[in-house]
Design a protein around this ligand. Structure first.
Ligand SMILES: O=P(O)(O)OP(=O)(O)OP(=O)(O)OC[C@H]1O[C@@H](n2cnc3c(O)ncnc32)[C@H](O)[C@@H]1O
Ligand SMILES: [Ca+2]
Length: 497
C-alpha cells in the first residue's frame, strides 16, 4: 500500500492537479473550436422585407423581397420571397374610374400582409412604380393620371407597411433598373464580372440596356447612365422605346394596314381562319396611334387572318423608321445605339412569347427559328385553339404577330446578327427571382448596393474555423508531449505485489 501511495505521489498522471489541468485543457479546446465554428455563422435566420408594386401597362404585379436582418447595412443577399398578380388590367386603364385602380390592389396587398411577419410590417418599405401605361395616360390626360396616382396612394396607405410613395418611372430608370436586377441576381456586380445586357418587352414600351465596349462618353447623353457599384464604375447605355411594347406595336401595325382601305384588314400576322369584328375607336384610343385615325372611318372593321410570315415581317418592318440618324449609328427612329456587346437577358414578353413558341433556344440558327415561326403563323386558327385550350385566346391569337415583332425588333431594330443572336438568353427568373426592374429599383432606393466594395474579412468563415482547429490541436499535442516527458518511465515504476 505504501508503494502504491508513493507511486501516486511521484506519477504526475495521477495527481489531482494534473487531472484538473487535463480536463480544463480539453474543455478549453472544445470551447475554442465551438466558438470558432459558431462565430459568424448565421444563427436561425431573421429577415427584413421590402415590397414593390410594378404598375405596368397591361397589369400590376406585387413583389415581396427579403434579406437577412443580421447583415450590417443590409448588405445581405436580397431574394424574391413572393409575388402576386393583381386581377384585371393595369392602373392606367382606370382613367375614368380612378378609385377602382386603388381598389384593384387590395387583394394582393392583403396577401402581402399575411406573407410578411407582423412584427416586420411597420419597417417594411412599400413602393409603387408605374411604367409606360401611365406615361401614355399622363401624355394624354395628366389630370386623369394624377387622379389614378391619388387613388392608388390612398389605397396603399391603409396597409400597415412603411409606404414610400407611388410614382412614374422614366424610361431610362426602367431600363437601368432592369439591368441592375439581372446583374445583381447573377452576382456579376459584387464580383466585378463582365455584365449582361437587359432586354425588356412590355405591353406599351420596350427597353434595351447594356455596357458597350470601350465606351466612355455617349454621343447621346440621354441614353447614358453611370453607376458606381461595389467599387466598380459602369457606363450604361439604355433606351426605352415608348409605343414599342407588344400591345402598342400591334396597334401601330393595324393602323398602318388600315391605310390600304378602311372596313377590313387582311392581316398576314394572324392565323388563317381568324376573323373578328373590332372597333376603330378602341384601336385608335392611344397616343401612339391617335393621330393616324382615318377621317370618316366606319365604327368597326373586320380583322381577318392570312397567316403569312414573310408578309407579316414586311408589315412589322413598317413600324420602324430607319431613314434618319444624326449620330454615328442608330437603332431605329433616329435613336443612338452603340455596337452591341456581351451577353443579353431578354425577359417579360420576350420570354412569354418565345417560350410559348418553343423558341427559347438561341443556339438554333435564326433561319430555323424563322421557319418554325412561319409554320406556326400558317397553322389554321381553329387548330391553334384546339391545341391550346388552356391559353387565353387573346394571347393565342397574337403569338404569330408577337414572334415576328420580336425577331424584327432584335435583328432589324437593334442589329443582332445571326451570330450575335445566340448571345441572347430568354429568361423569366434568375435564381428564383423574376427578371424585371422592380428589384433594381428597391435595391437603389434602400441603398442596398454600396458604391464601394464592403470591407470583407481577411478570411472567410471556414478559414477561421480551420486556423483555430489547427491551433487547438497543436496546443493539445504539445500538452500531451509535455505530460509524457514528466511521466516516469514504466521500467522505473515500482512493482505492485
Ligand atoms: O412594361 P409595360 O410596357 O408598362 O407593360 P407591362 O409591364 O404591363 O407588360 P408585361 O411585361 O407584364 O407584359 C408584356 C406583354 O405580354 C403580355 N403577356 C403577359 N403574359 C403573357 C403570356 O403568358 N403570353 C403572352 N403574352 C403575355 C401582356 O399582356 C403584355 O402585352
Ligand atoms: Ca413592364
Amino acid at each position: 500500500m505504501s508503494a502504491q501511495r508513493e507511486m501516486k505521489e511521484k506519477n504526475p498522471w495521477h495527481t489531482p492537479v494534473t487531472i484538473s489541468i487535463t480536463v480544463i485543457g480539453v474543455i478549453a479546446i472544445v470551447a475554442l473550436v465551438t466558438v470558432a465554428v459558431l462565430q459568424n455563422k448565421p444563427v436561425p435566420q431573421k429577415y427584413k422585407y421590402g415590397i414593390v408594386l410594378d404598375a405596368g401597362s397591361s397589369h400590376t404585379a406585387l413583389y415581396i423581397y427579403k434579406w437577412p436582418a443580421e447583415k450590417d447595412n443590409n448588405t445581405g443577399r436580397v431574394e424574391q420571397e413572393h409575388s402576386c398578380k393583381v386581377k384585371g388590367k393595369g392602373i392606367s386603364s382606370y382613367a375614368e374610374t380612378p378609385w377602382q385602380a386603388g381598389e384593384s390592389l387590395t387583394e394582393c396587398m392583403e396577401d402581402a400582409v399575411k406573407q410578411v411577419p407582423t412584427k416586420r410590417h411597420f419597417e417594411t418599405p412599400l413602393y409603387l412604380g408605374a411604367t409606360a401605361g401611365m406615361r401614355l395616360l399622363h401624355m394624354e390626360n395628366s389630370v386623369a393620371s394624377d387622379k389614378v396616382f391619388q387613388a392608388v396612394e390612398k389605397s396603399l396607405q391603409k396597409f400597415p407597411f412603411s409606404y414610400q410613395g407611388a410614382r412614374m418611372l422614366s424610361g431610362q430608370e426602367e431600363g437601368a433598373f432592369g439591368w441592375v436586377t439581372v446583374n445583381y441576381l447573377d452576382d456579376r456586380l459584387k464580383q466585378g464580372l463582365e455584365t449582361t445586357g437587359a432586354l425588356d418587352l412590355g405591353g406599351a414600351s420596350t427597353q434595351i440596356s447594356f455596357v458597350p465596349k470601350n465606351y466612355i462618353i455617349s454621343e447621346s447623353p440621354s441614353n447614358s447612365v453611370t453607376f458606381r457599384l461595389y467599387g466598380n464604375d459602369y457606363n450604361l447605355y439604355t433606351h426605352s422605346f415608348l409605343c414599342y411594347g407588344k400591345d402598342q406595336v400591334l396597334r401601330l401595325a393595324l393602323a398602318h394596314q388600315t391605310k390600304s382601305g378602311p372596313g377590313e384588314i387582311a392581316d398576314p400576322c394572324f392565323h388563317p381562319g381568324y376573323s373578328e369584328s373590332k372597333n376603330y375607336s378602341v384601336l385608335y384610343d392611344s397616343p401612339c396611334v391617335s393621330d393616324r385615325k382615318p377621317q370618316g372611318a366606319p365604327v368597326t372593321f373586320h380583322h381577318k387572318g392570312e397567316g403569312n410570315f414573310q408578309q407579316c415581317q414586311e408589315v412589322v418592318k413598317n413600324v420602324f423608321n430607319f431613314t434618319s440618324c444624326k449620330y454615328s449609328r442608330c437603332s431605329f427612329n433616329g435613336v443612338f445605339q452603340p455596337p452591341l456587346h456581351g451577353q443579353f437577358g431578354a425577359f417579360s414578353a420576350y420570354y412569354y412569347v418565345m417560350d410559348f413558341l418553343n423558341l427559347t433556344d438561341t443556339s438554333v440558327p435564326l433561319t430555323t427559328v424563322k421557319d418554325k415561326l412561319a409554320k406556326h403563323c400558317a397553322t389554321p386558327w381553329n387548330q391553334i385553339i384546339q391545341q391550346h385550350p388552356e391559353i387565353h385566346v387573346k394571347y393565342l391569337a397574337e403569338y404569330c404577330f408577337s414572334g415576328a415583332y420580336i425577331l424584327t425588333l432584335l435583328t432589324e431594330g437593334y442589329n443582332f446578327t445571326s451570330e450575335s443572336y445566340s448571345s441572347i438568353k430568354f429568361i423569366k427568373k434568375i435564381k428564383g427571382s423574376d427578371a424585371g426592374w422592380t428589384l433594381g429599383y428597391m435595391l437603389n432606393l434602400t441603398n442596398m448596393i454600396p458604391a464601394e466594395a464592403p470591407d470583407s474579412p481577411p478570411l472567410p468563415h471556414a478559414g477561421y474555423v480551420s486556423i483555430v482547429t489547427v491551433i487547438a490541436l497543436l496546443i493539445f499535442t504539445l500538452f500531451i508531449i509535455f505530460l509524457c516527458r514528466f511521466r516516469p518511465s514504466s521500467s522505473k515504476q515500482p512493482q505492485i505485489v
